[in-house]
Design a binder for this molecule. Structure first.
Ligand code: PLP
Length: 451
C-alpha cells in the first residue's frame, strides 16, 4: 500500500533556519540608501526593524538557531504534512510521482505565520509595543495579527483598498486576533493622503500600502514595521518548509527532480526551494521552478535593477527583478501575487540560472486548481493555483516523454477565504490578462537612478 501522508513528530521540527547567502553563486548586491544611493547600513534600517532581524538580513552563517519561544509556537502546527498526490497522478495518468507540502494547516491557513511568529518574537524582545504592516489579499495581515496576539503586541494593518472590500472575511479574522485593519490609501498617513488627493477612487496597491505602513512605523518610537515577503530574513524563516520536506521525502524513499513554488515576493518558493540549493550545487540534477502570473510577470518580463520596495520611494533600494515601483496590477486579477518586485535572493538565483521562472495565465491556473480539488479534495488559494498548474504541466510532460519524474510543490495555502474568486471563475467573470509589453517599458522608465 502506498502512503498518502508523510508526517514528522513535533520533536523533529527543524531547530535552525537555512541561510542560502553563503551558498549563492555570486555576491548579493547590498541594499542602497534611498536618498544618498550609498550602501544602507544597520543604522538606516534600525528605525523600523529590530537589530536581530537586521543581523539576519546580512548574516553569512549557513545555519541560524531558531529561538526556543518561536519553536514552541511553530510546534502547534509544524512539522506540516507532506502528501503524495496519488489520486491526482491517477487522474492525470502520469508516471510522475507528485508530492506536496501542505502549509494550509497553520492558524492563518498559509505559510506566512512561519515568519510572522519569528518577527513578532524579535520585536517583542526588543521592547516594541506595536507592529505595522500592509496586506494585499489579507493573508499576511492575518498571519501577523495572529503572531502579534501570541506575543501580546498591538497590530496595525493597511489593507489594499480593493481587497478590503472584496475580502471582508480576511478583515474579520484579523479582528478575531485583536488587530486593527483599515483600507489603503487611508487618510492616516501623508503617503495615503497624497494618493487620495490625486485619485479619491484609487483602488490601492501593495506599493502604496507599504508606504503607509513604513511611514507609520518610522514616525513612532514604540512601533516597528514588518514585511511578509521579499526580504532575506523572511525567506530565511520560511526554510523550515524545505528542510522538513527533505526529511519527509526520505521517509517516502523519494528524491525530487523538480521543485515548484508560486512566487509573489518569493518567500514560500524560497522556503521550499533554498534547502535544495546545496544539493543542486553538489551536482544533483534538480530543477527549481518559480511560478508567477502572466498578469504580473516580474521575473519573466521585468528588469534586474535597483528599485524601491514601495510606491513613494521611502524604502531602501533593492537590486531585484522588478516591473517598476509605479506598477499597479490589474484589479481583475484574483491572485495575491501582485507585487512589482521580487526577493533579491530569488532574483539573483534566477539571474544565475539556478532558478527557472515560468508564468501562467489565471484561467489555466483555476482549471488546474479544480482538477486538483476534484482529485485531492483540497481547494487551494488562487496564488497556490499557479504552483499546482506548473506541477500538472510537468506531470503531463513526464507522461508525454514516458519519464518517471518526481515532482515536489508547495501548497502554500488553502482557498477557504477566496471563494469570491472561485465564484467569479464559475460565473465566467474572470479573464486572462497579459501585462502589455509597453506598460512594462513605461513603468521601467521610472526606475531610480543609482550611482
Ligand atoms: C502571500 C502568499 C503567497 C505569495 O507570497 P510569497 O512571499 O511569494 O510566498 C503565495 N501563496 C499564499 C497562500 C500566500 O498567502
Amino acid at each position: 500500500m502506498t502512503q498518502y501522508r508523510y508526517t514528522l513528530p513535533e520533536r523533529e521540527i527543524p531547530k535552525t533556519w537555512y541561510n542560502v547567502i553563503p551558498d549563492l553563486p555570486a555576491p548579493l548586491p547590498p541594499p542602497l540608501h534611498p536618498g544618498t544611493g550609498a550602501p544602507a547600513g544597520p543604522e538606516d534600517l534600525a528605525p523600523i526593524f529590530p537589530m536581530a532581524l537586521i543581523e539576519q538580513e546580512v548574516s553569512s552563517a549557513r545555519n541560524i538557531a531558531i529561538p526556543e519561544p518561536v519553536l514552541d509556537v511553530l510546534r502547534m502546527w509544524r512539522p506540516t504534512p507532506l502528501y503524495r498526490a496519488l489520486r491526482l497522478e491517477q487522474a492525470l495518468g502520469t508516471p510522475a510521482k507528485i508530492f506536496y507540502k501542505y502549509e494550509g494547516v497553520s492558524p492563518a491557513g498559509s505559510h506566512k505565520p512561519n515568519t510572522a511568529v519569528a518577527q513578532a518574537y524579535y520585536n517583542k524582545a526588543a521592547g516594541i509595543k506595536r507592529l505595522c504592516t500592509e496586506t494585499g489579499a489579507g493573508q499576511w495581515g492575518s498571519a501577523l495579527s495572529y503572531a502579534c496576539n501570541v506575543f501580546g503586541i498591538e497590530c496595525m494593518v493597511y489593507m489594499v483598498k480593493c481587497s478590503y472590500y472584496q475580502k471582508p472575511h480576511r478583515r474579520t479574522i484579523m479582528q478575531c486576533w485583536g488587530a486593527n485593519c483599515i483600507p489603503s490609501p487611508s487618510d492616516k498617513t501623508a503617503a495615503g493622503r497624497e494618493m487620495l488627493a490625486a485619485d479619491p477612487e484609487c483602488p490601492g496597491s501593495l506599493g502604496i500600502a507599504i508606504s503607509e505602513a513604513v511611514e507609520d512605523a518610522a514616525s513612532r518610537q514604540d512601533t516597528n514595521y514588518s514585511l511578509g515577503s521579499v526580504l532575506n530574513h523572511v525567506l530565511l524563516h520560511q526554510t523550515v518548509i524545505g528542510q522538513e520536506a527533505i526529511d519527509q521525502l526520505k521517509l517516502a524513499g523519494a528524491s525530487p527532480d523538480i521543485v515548484i513554488g508560486c512566487c509573489g515576493g518569493g518567500s514560500n518558493f524560497g522556503g521550499l526551494a533554498f534547502p535544495f540549493v546545496p544539493l543542486k550545487a553538489a551536482g544533483k540534477d534538480i530543477r527549481l521552478i518559480a511560478v508567477e502570473p502572466a498578469a504580473c510577470p516580474t521575473m519573466t518580463k521585468g528588469l534586474y535593477a535597483y528599485d524601491f520596495g514601495d510606491k513613494s520611494g521611502m524604502t531602501p533600494l533593492l537590486k531585484m527583478e522588478t516591473l517598476g515601483h509605479d506598477f499597479i496590477p490589474p484589479g481583475i486579477h484574483a491572485g495575491g501575487l501582485r507585487y512589482h518586485g521580487m526577493s533579491p535572493l530569488v532574483s539573483l538565483l534566477h539571474q544565475e540560472g539556478v532558478v527557472k521562472a515560468v508564468s501562467y495565465p489565471q484561467l489555466q491556473c483555476f482549471e488546474a486548481a479544480l482538477t486538483f480539488a476534484r482529485a485531492e479534495g483540497l481547494v487551494v488559494a488562487p496564488e497556490t493555483s499557479h504552483a499546482v498548474c506548473s506541477a500538472i504541466d510537468e506531470a503531463l510532460k513526464a507522461k508525454e516523454e514516458g519519464k518517471e519524474r518526481t515532482i515536489l510543490f508547495n501548497l502554500s495555502g488553502h482557498g477557504f477565504f477566496d471563494m469570491a474568486a472561485y465564484e467569479k471563475y464559475f460565473a465566467g467573470e474572470l479573464t486572462d490578462y497579459e501585462y502589455p509589453e509597453e506598460k512594462v517599458h513605461e513603468a521601467l522608465a521610472h526606475l531610480p537612478q543609482v550611482p
